[in-house]
Design a protein around this ligand. Structure first.
Ligand code: SF4
Ligand code: SF4
Length: 108
């Protein structure tokens, strides 16, 4: 085989039919507003913890919808509530984070 100095990257395709949505479904029950998120990014842009930690409610929601674990990212949240004030859909993002903490707490 010829070495071209590069290789193929692992596929980053998301198989939505195979992802585990159990966490997201539990969150929908506790904070139904999560269904209305339109991924605008306002919460990320205003996040107090975002600049130094990469914290983003938008990413938290997207990752949950892809069946990924978000517990590490959530630990950066300071529960300041700024994201709740700017969400154009009126989602109580602070309550969303608290609900997720509760769900993770129940899993232990
Ligand atoms: S501001 Fe609200 S609608 Fe926009 S990405 Fe954040 S949670 Fe979703
Ligand atoms: S409550 Fe958490 S996610 Fe929302 S702006 Fe504050 S630090 Fe960021």
């Amino acid at each position: 085989m010829v070495d071209f100095g590069f290789g193929l990257s692992k596929s980053s395709a998301v198989r939505l039919d195979q992802v585990d949505l159990s966490l997201y479904r539990k969150l929908e029950v506790l904070e139904p507003g999560v269904r209305t998120c339109m991924s605008c990014g306002s919460c990320s842009a205003t996040c107090t913890a975002g600049p130094w930690s990469g914290m983003s409610v938008r990413k938290v929601i997207l990752n949950l919808q892809r069946g990924k674990d978000v517990s590490a990212m959530m630990q950066n949240c300071m529960l300041c509530g700024k994201c709740s004030m700017v969400c154009p859909r009126g989602i109580n993002t602070r309550h969303l984070i608290l609900s997720l903490c509760r769900i993770y707490g129940e899993r232990k």
